[in-house]
Design a protein around this ligand. Structure first.
Ligand code: UD1
Length: 352
């Protein structure tokens, strides 16, 4: 296949580029090299034979050129992370939603009908919970008064009882809790609308917390694994927010690249007009506190500090059920948490 890979110079995108190119496919990367993740002087880490176009996915002319001769698009370009405040909202919506709309419009004109979209678990909001009395429930956003008092667990919205967190599957109703999450959900809706209107085939991969070598170092937009890793590199203790009991699924970037390759290969056999969503998680749940401890131990660095701070846009627990991806696309995560984190504790970060 001839693949246009947007965001292909980024942390996840460059792993996808390497995987797809290694299988003998032609890859053309389109990347705006956003300064937050590509500080001046950062070398491009693309395998030989991969074409590179420096440009923004919001620019119609650039996208039109980038799509020439392409059969399949893998859309990784996005602005990620929780960000700082609402000042970021236009940039999130611009990069993620306007960018996707421009790409889809140009794909429609060029009659490119296959799309893999980098999605996110953030679209679910709080994960899945069970109340002993009321069964499955969907707690709303956590209240500031509770968070200030150190009550981090969302209670049952019906009776206030403590809840048991569980795994979210793809049929759970989306409930985005911050601007980034809303922009990622809108991307999926836009891509579904394109698939319906143009007979396109779309697979959205809802990534869990991706980590691994070449992750951008800490910025307000970086993932928590990179923030902790960067702190340790400075000889500082990782600062764990809330009480450290937040549950996440840390999935290695090599496994995410493999999921993209599986999705790209599956597209031709999909019915025209179809959009299908897949969670991409390791299937093994860890807390943020456990992750901090694993990194600190492997780094022989200072023990993590649990600070009790919180960020209003954060959800408490979110963990994926990735059975659909395993069963339908034959994907298997292969990097275990223990060895993945041990290697990550010493791996280079982007922009260091
Ligand atoms: C992360 C990704 C998001 C991705 C999603 C998929 C980032 C910034 N976020 O969201 O792009 O779509 O996974 O699930 O890459 N925390 C600390 N100390 C800190 C910073 C954060 O303890 O210094 C804790 C927060 O309290 C929170 C968790 O880490 O519990 C958040 O992790 P983070 O990686 O920022 O965001 P996610 O919501 O997991």
């Amino acid at each position: 296949m001839d693949v246009l890979l947007t965001g292909g110079a980024g942390f996840i995108g460059s792993a996808v580029a390497a995987r797809v190119a290694a299988a003998g496919h032609h890859v053309r990367v389109l990347d705006a090299l956003l300064p937050a993740v590509h500080p001046a002087g950062t070398p491009l880490n693309l395998p030989p034979g991969v074409e590179f176009i420096h440009g923004d996915v919001r620019d119609r002319e650039t996208v039109e050129k980038a799509l020439r001769g392409v059969t399949t698009v893998c859309h990784q370009a996005a602005m990620v992370g929780l960000g700082l405040d609402l000042d970021d909202a236009p940039d999130y919506v611009g990069c993620n939603d306007l960018g996707t709309a421009v790409l889809l419009a140009e794909m429609a004109r060029a009659k490119v009908s296959r799309l893999v979209l980098a999605g996110s678990m953030v679209v679910y909001g709080e994960g899945r919970y069970r109340c002993p009395e009321h069964g499955e429930v969907a707690p709303g956003p956590r209240r500031t008064v509770d968070l200030d008092a150190g009550r981090f667990e969302p209670p049952c919205p019906r009776c206030g009882a403590p809840l048991e967190p569980g795994l979210v599957d793809e049929d759970a109703a989306p409930d985005p809790r911050n601007v980034y999450a809303a922009s990622k959900l809108a991307q999926e809706h836009l891509a579904s609308a394109w698939a319906r209107a143009c007979g396109g085939r779309m697979i959205a991969l809802r990534y869990h917390n991706v980590y691994g070598p070449d992750m951008p170092r800490d910025t307000p937009y970086a993932g928590v694994a990179s923030i902790f890793r960067s702190a340790l590199a400075r000889g500082e203790a990782p600062r764990v927010f809330e009480d450290g009991g937040q549950r996440r699924d840390f999935v290695h970037v090599a496994d995410v690249a493999e999921a993209n390759f599986a999705a790209l290969r599956a597209l031709p056999d999909r019915p025209p007009g179809e959009s299908r969503r897949y969670n991409v998680g390791s299937g093994v749940v860890h807390t943020v506190g456990e992750m901090a401890a694993a990194l600190a131990t492997a780094n022989h660095g200072p023990e993590p500090v649990v600070t009790g701070e919180y960020r209003l846009g954060d959800v408490r627990h979110i963990t994926a059920d990735s059975r659909r991806l395993r069963e339908e696309l034959g994907w298997r995560p292969i990097v275990p948490f223990s060895s993945g984190m041990a290697a990550f504790a010493h791996a280079p970060l982007r922009g260091q």
